[in-house]
Ligand binder design. Structure first.
Ligand SMILES: [Zn+2]
Length: 248
């Protein structure tokens, strides 16, 4: 188990609130997240930040986020709000993966399609997809992850990997921070769409072990995440999607 020091524990709650809200708005604008799905961040003390069941992913604000415990119970949040039904997907992964500080769950159709046909399994075929070189497991149960038992089962399917598909349902991506999570979600979907397109042209050529090792050596993950986070935040601010006073 990777026990990399937890990045989120150095960030203040208010900073994390702004990052989670911004990440959600950007993933929605990128059409990775839609009318459902969610982003969570680990807080100190076995607590998480997550949006509510009802709040629109297109209009999320930092003070709308809930704080829940790892049993999925809401500890604080706006009156009348409740956790998303699939809060257990987040809590049970965060419970058993100390290297993970942020989780995204979404239902991206062009990615989900890899669980719907008796065709090639989704694998890393693009350079930035080396993040998933260890494999992208497929969770066989398509049910909503709306109980702790289902959350534990999904966490077991994910294992030590950094993303998983849920058959006929969606995806889960995990990372060490919210900026890393946004960039991983972008690259995860890029890779799936690229593989779908490549399969239309012919036999898909997965990355070889040598190519994977070469990309891993060359890729400076922290610098890459910082560069792309700056790009996407800047783009979103120019579009008026993100307020300029959020500390991102
Ligand atoms: Zn779902």
């Amino acid at each position: 188990m990777n026990t990399t020091p937890t990045v989120n524990q150095t960030a203040s709650e208010s900073h994390l609130r702004e990052q989670v809200a911004a990440c959600t708005l950007m993933l929605n604008e990128l059409e990775i997240l839609g009318y459902s799905g969610h982003v969570s961040a680990r807080l100190q003390g076995d607590r998480i930040l997550i949006q509510s069941f009802d709040q629109s992913r297109a209009a999320l604000k930092p003070d709308m986020l809930l704080i829940c415990d790892l049993d999925g119970r809401m500890l604080s949040g706006p009156d009348g709000q409740r956790p998303p039904a699939e809060v257990f997907l987040h809590t049970e992964i965060l419970r058993v993966r100390p290297d993970v500080n942020s989780v995204a769950h979404f239902h991206h159709d062009r990615t989900t399609v890899f669980t719907l046909a008796d065709g090639p399994r989704l694998v890393a075929i693009k350079n930035h997809a080396v993040r998933w070189a260890s494999g992208i497991p497929v969770h066989a149960d398509p049910s909503h992850v709306n109980t702790a038992a289902r959350g534990r089962a999904l966490a077991a399917t994910l294992g030590e990997h950094h993303a998983a598909l849920i058959r006929a349902h969606g995806q889960v991506v995990v990372a060490e921070s919210i900026p890393a999570l946004l960039i991983d979600c972008v690259h995860f979907v890029e890779n799936a769409v690229a593989m779908y397109d490549a399969a239309l042209l012919g036999r898909v050529l997965a990355l070889s072990d040598d190519e994977i090792e070469s990309f891993k050596r060359d890729l400076k993950r922290d610098k890459h995440i910082s560069k792309l986070w700056t790009y996407y935040v800047g783009r979103a601010r120019a579009q008026g999607l993100l307020p300029s006073d959020w500390s991102l």
